[in-house]
Design a protein around this ligand. Structure first.
Ligand SMILES: Cc1ncc(C[n+]2csc(CCOP(=O)(O)OP(=O)(O)O)c2C)c(N)n1
Ligand SMILES: [Mg+2]
Length: 515
């Protein structure tokens, strides 16, 4: 049982207490900001309640309920600058609404309709990532690439207490710590991961404690106090922007509702426990604060709630009337050039369903045929020398190319494939990474979203398996998920077997897994 009296509140920073009293210095806390944040919190609450009801009516699919998390979401989102970039998890509806994602776009996502545009450049926010923690390395890579480009962009990324057990939490925190990227990690600690309580998730006394091992400052914040979260995020963004590196912010909160619409919290916590947390509702705290200052009244409140409800209903009706996308979207939106084998698979599906077979212009299809070698002088060299020459050429031709991997810089790679790159292109673009394959591919993905052309090296193909979540869950899907708004120009290169007679894993040919 997790009760408010079990929390050491003195450890958590607070700006406005549960009674709405200002308890710390906050010169930045203006009338305008407070009203804007309250408005966002109410819009998020209305969205959440209406979306939960819409799921019950069968109008959207399974939905992740956010009630209780609003202060962390709005407090952090409001502290980011317009140019900063967000990598959210599945529950950050408030962050999305506050940063301009339309109700229709959000509702389409939760209705399971991929036929709405998620334009990450319009919202400075990536589409929701469902596999827990896998988006964290993206935020780190994105921040890294922006600093290489000389842009003042901070990335913010969100995760839960349970998510900090995942491998990619570790890879992202480690890369961010070593690279000192301008990244803010925001952890919503609601003491549960679906049914599993905090104590069974981690033996760490707090999530913030985990940051120490990555050389990263951390702050524990009262996650019901949007102003405390705002202040912590504001300071973290300032530090990151000055080149002082990443920060972890742990916001302590409670999920008032179920994990998602498919979850029944009665299986793992009592009604008594839930009732103890109700007075901590961030809306009540914020409203008390505004009332005490005479900045709000019942009439304005009623208008805010009813306008938010109406906007939701209009958006839901629009989304409900939307046509399902054509079956052919599964190939046409997933590939810049559709492989012929995919067209054949699609045709088999369409034939089975008795549908007309889709046709695509020749220019949209990738016809794999014989190689056409360019005319001109030829020379003979080893494969290693040829790859090395190609890397030198590409890195010289395109300043957005970043080469990363284990032992690739100073040593020039264990097969000397990247020899000479460090000397020519410098340590910002030729990176000896920590030993973490998921981190290598994951950060490369974030770099590509930021506009870079990364080349990610896996030292031996037999060690590519830890990277496969990133490859399958993201590299292969982000184009589809964003309807082509994000296309990832990444090369993942890895040497394999080829008869070198080496010991296990150094001579694997995992290409056979694909057969
Ligand atoms: C890699 C992965 N494993 C499992 C799941 C299923 N799942 C979704 S949410 C969740 C619990 C996450 O808990 P926490 O990180 O504390 O975040 P909260 O839901 O409490 O906000 C699980 C196990 C998933 N989405 N991704
Ligand atoms: Mg949790």
């Amino acid at each position: 049982m997790k009760r408010p009296q079990d929390v050491d509140w003195d450890q958590l920073t607070e700006i406005v207490d549960i009674d709405g009293r200002l308890v710390a210095d906050a010169p930045w806390l203006t009338h305008e900001l407070a009203v804007a944040m309250y408005t966002d919190i109410v819009r998020t609450r209305v969205f959440d309640r209406r979306a939960t009801a819409a799921q019950r009516q069968g109008r959207i699919g399974t939905y992740a309920v956010a009630e209780g998390h609003e202060a962390i979401q709005i407090g952090s989102a409001r502290a980011l600058r317009p140019q900063d970039f967000v990598y959210p998890g599945y529950r950050e509806h408030g962050v999305q609404l506050s940063r301009g994602v339309s109700l229709e776009t959000l509702l389409s996502y939760w209705r399971g309709l991929p036929n709405d545009l998620w334009d990450q450049t319009a919202f400075n926010q990536m589409v929701i990532a469902i596999p827990i923690a896998t988006h964290l390395p993206h935020a780190v890579g994105h921040a890294y690439a922006e600093s290489v480009f000389g842009n003042d962009v901070v990335t913010a990324t969100y995760i839960g207490d349970g998510g900090t057990s995942e491998n990619d939490f570790h890879s992202a925190m480690n890369f961010a710590g070593v690279w000192k990227t301008p990244t803010v990690f925001i952890v919503s600690n609601n003491f549960y991961a679906i049914s599993v309580p905090y104590e069974q998730q981690t033996a760490a006394a707090s999530i913030a404690d985990k940051a120490v091992g990555y050389g990263m400052p951390a702050e524990k914040v009262n996650g019901f106090d949007a102003f405390a979260v705002y202040d912590a995020t504001r300071r973290a963004v300032e530090r990151a922007s000055k080149g002082e590196g990443p920060t972890l912010i742990e916001g302590v909160c409670y999920r008032f509702g179920p994990h998602a619409t498919a979850d029944d919290p009665a299986l793992y916590r009592s009604k008594e426990e839930e009732a103890l947390w109700k007075p901590y509702d961030p809306i009540i705290r914020m409203r008390r604060f505004l009332d005490a200052r005479g900045w709000w009244d019942d009439e304005r409140d009623a208008t805010l709630f009813s306008e938010a409800t109406e906007a939701f209903e209009v958006a839901l009706a629009t989304v409900g009337n939307r046509e399902l996308p054509a079956r052919s979207d599964i190939v046409s939106e997933a590939f810049a050039k559709i492989p012929q084998t995919m067209v054949e698979q699609l045709h088999r599906l369409e034939a089975d369903a008795g549908e007309t077979l889709s046709t695509f212009p020749d220019s949209a299809v990738w016809q794999v045929g014989p190689d056409h070698l360019p005319e001109g002088p030829r020379t003979t060299m080893s494969m290693a020398d040829a790859i090395n020459a190609a890397l030198h050429q590409e890195m010289a031709a395109d300043p957005t190319t970043i080469f990363l991997g284990e032992d690739v810089a100073v040593a020039g790679g264990v097969f000397r494939i990247s020899e000479g790159l460090l000397e020519k292109f410098g340590s910002r673009r030729v990176i000896d990474t920590p030993i973490n394959e998921s981190g290598i591919v994951g950060t490369a993905i974030g770099m590509a979203i930021a506009g870079a052309r990364p080349i990610a090296e896996i030292q031996f193909e037999g060690f590519s398996y830890p990277a496969f979540d990133q490859i399958a869950s993201h590299l292969g899907r982000i184009r589809f998920r964003t309807r082509g708004n994000a296309s990832l120009p990444i090369v993942v290169r890895m040497p394999n077997g080829a008869g070198i007679g080496a010991h296990e894993h150094h001579c694997d040919s995992p290409g056979t897994w694909a057969k």
